[in-house]
Write a protein that binds this ligand. Structure first.
Ligand SMILES: [Cu+2]
Length: 168
């Protein structure tokens, strides 16, 4: 997410300089998973509702895991998955979601989602909910990814029956 734009002054002739710069860049490229977040959105709420879901697609350039999320709009944020229990779709927290290199991992109604709990005010169409994702990379290092998720109305496309039955 960050661009590295540090001036590097190196001695030596031009070909040598290029070689050194390449040698410096390679390990850096491997070390940082660049996570792209596509179409982040949050389901709008009705006034008394304290929980809702956030949805998006995550794509990491190298193997990583989504391990947690936070938001100033919710007291507690969990990563959930949907599972069938006795023929009923239920959601449950998961500790992490694998983000295999180059694969689109969808957080969507009926699947993985980011659960926003303890919402203080109604979320209306057009509101923006900031969410900070924590991604753990293959080497164990963590980094955060800032997301601005737009609120979509409850009736908007993507609001599925399975999610509207959810109860916490
Ligand atoms: Cu949930």
């Amino acid at each position: 997410m960050k661009t590295r734009d540090l001036p590097i002054r190196l001695p030596g002739s031009r070909p040598a300089r290029v070689a050194i710069v390449l040698a410096l860049m390679l390990p850096v490229c491997n070390a940082f998973a660049d996570v792209t977040v596509t179409h982040p959105w949050v389901r709008g709420t009705v006034a008394p509702q304290k929980t809702t879901g956030a949805f998006m697609t995550l794509t990491s350039t190298s193997d990583a895991k989504l391990v947690s999320a936070t938001s100033p709009s919710a007291k507690q944020v969990e990563i959930h998955e949907m599972v069938m229990v006795n023929n009923v779709m239920r959601m449950r927290p998961v500790a992490e979601v694998p983000l295999p290199a180059g694969k689109d991992v969808a957080f969507k109604p009926g699947g993985y989602h980011i659960m926003l709990m303890g919402i203080e005010r109604q979320l209306k169409q057009g509101d923006v909910v900031p969410i900070t994702l924590t991604v753990r990379e293959g080497d164990g290092k963590s980094r955060t990814v800032a997301v601005q998720a737009e609120v979509r109305d409850l009736a908007a496309a993507g609001a599925s029956k399975s999610m509207s039955n959810d109860k916490h």
